[in-house]
Design a protein around this ligand. Structure first.
Ligand code: ADP
Ligand code: MG
Length: 326
């Protein structure tokens, strides 16, 4: 399991001084950051290697929740772009029929000319419906249908299975990740979205309504044969947890019994970036929520999980970053 503990200042024993210096496994992917006084942020930024992709490609991951408005689309956009920034090729599918908004979050709304429905009708080719991101060419968006439209009769999970097979055998090569932004609810749209997936990321907020829906969704995913389910706890407020006005991440984990992929704090920057169509993870300097999404993407690649710790235990020493296991 990855830990985010910062290395002590001098970790190298003296007898090793004569040996060759340590080199990271791969080259640094990002520009070096300025040192920050906060130890926790330093420890986050010392991940200067490329994560190793676990599992077979394409990894087809559905981002789901049950309840609407908990952050599925925000997660798909930010985790997807983080994966692209780490060098993986990503196809992101907006499976929210009639109410799509992933294109808006990514600032790509003007570039969507065709959708999967038109591809299936034979009105265009698949590559015409795939919209390449302006900033990261290894990130592509595919919308399932036009806004406010309904799915044609007979369009269901099989269309997404066909899509995954077509992406596997396309000329440009098979994508590393196919992320499916699932619609809210557990009706036909949900079933369509999960059919082709082999793993799931469940997004929940630490409130009882969201948790109840999440638990129901876990049952449905398992019925469908999706056993690899990890969760992201979004919109967490440590001040409210300390005041016992919000459930802690530990409580959420105990209730759902799922591996924890990430904990995203409530952050006004999320709303600002949603409105600007500029995903949070691209912000400079990085924000807390942006860093948390990047770490979640990292764990997704390596099929890793994190440990939640109780903030109530040592609030002064641990502070907010205790969520990240620091
Ligand atoms: P869903 O796709 O599950 O319906 P969205 O991703 O569209 O949810 O998010 C719903 C709203 O919540 C958006 O306005 C978004 O900006 C906001 N939001 C999501 N995550 C956070 C967060 N961590 N902090 C603040 N606002 C958030
Ligand atoms: Mg959404």
């Amino acid at each position: 399991m990855l830990t985010l503990k910062p290395l002590p200042a001098n970790t190298k024993p003296s007898f090793l001084n004569s040996l060759t210096p340590f080199r990271p496994k791969t080259q640094t992917l990002t520009k070096p950051f300025k040192p920050h006084s906060n130890l926790a942020i330093q420890s986050v930024l010392q991940w200067n290697r490329k994560p190793e992709l676990a599992g077979q490609t394409p990894r087809v991951v559905v981002i789901t929740s049950g309840k609407g408005g908990v952050g599925k689309t925000t997660t798909t956009a930010n985790v997807g772009l983080s994966l692209a920034r780490l060098g993986f090729s990503v196809v992101s599918i907006d499976a929210d029929v009639g109410l799509r908004n992933l294109d808006l979050l990514l600032g790509l709304e003007n570039r969507v000319n065709y959708t999967l429905v038109e591809v299936m009708n034979g009105d265009c080719r698949l590559d015409q419906a795939l919209v390449r991101d302006k900033r990261w060419s290894n990130f592509e968006l595919l919308c399932i249908s036009k806004p406010r439209s309904k799915l044609p009769l007979g369009f269901g999970g099989k269309a997404l299975v066909w899509l995954v097979e077509s992406l596997k055998s396309r000329q440009e090569g098979c994508p590393d990740f196919i992320l499916i932004d699932c619609p809210a609810g557990i009706d036909a749209g949900f079933i369509t979205a999960i059919t082709s997936a082999n793993e799931a990321v469940l997004v929940t907020t630490p409130d009882i309504t969201s948790l109840r829906d999440a638990d129901r969704v876990v049952g449905l995913l398992e019925c469908d044969g999706i056993r690899d389910i990890k969760m992201i706890v979004n919109r967490v407020r440590t001040d409210m947890i300390k005041g016992e006005d919000m459930m802690s991440v530990l409580d959420v984990q105990e209730m759902l019994g799922l591996a924890l992929l990430g904990v995203i704090p409530e952050d006004t920057e999320v709303i600002r970036s949603t409105n600007r169509g500029y995903p949070l993870v691209l912000n400079k300097p990085p924000t807390l929520a942006g860093l948390a999404f990047e770490q979640a993407a990292w764990r997704l690649v390596e099929q890793d999980s994190m440990k939640a710790v109780m903030v109530e235990e040592e609030p002064k020493k641990r502070g907010f970053f205790s969520f990240f296991g620091v």
